[in-house]
Write a protein that binds this ligand. Sequence first.
Ligand code: HEC
Length: 110
Amino acid sequence: MKKTIIGSMALSIALSISGAAFAADGPAVYKAKCAACHGADGQGTAMAPAFKGSEYMKTAKDAEIADVITKGREGAAKKYKQFAIGMPKQALAEDEVKAVTDHLRTLAAK
Ligand code: HEC
């Protein structure tokens, strides 16, 4: 009986670890693909707008944000004149887009 309990505990720990490893990690995606332009804490840089306290983040729906991430916003679609470059489209899986969008919401609320 004791062995079974320990065995099932070990199994559930192993399952939760592998589950975490496969789920898209929003902060990690952000750090790797977005932070250079948008700032480590979403504070913005001379290259790209902030998420922290941003009007855009207050009103944009998740689907609109996903569109900007996957399609980019360059050329005629560009919104801000103060940034020399546009937003380059990002090659991310759907679950990564969702996870990084959740992270942008966290940064925007800070
Ligand atoms: C090479 C620099 C660069 C990288 C890398 C980058 N962005 Fe951007 N991003 C920009 C610029 C510049 C804009 C503003 C474009 C414009 O003028 O409309 C922007 C705009 C945005 C917007 C719209 C914000 C607003 O206020 O309208 C979102 C959302 C966004 N980026 C998310 C991301 C995410 C998420 C990543 C990483 C997966 C990322 N960006 C990576 C440069 C970048």
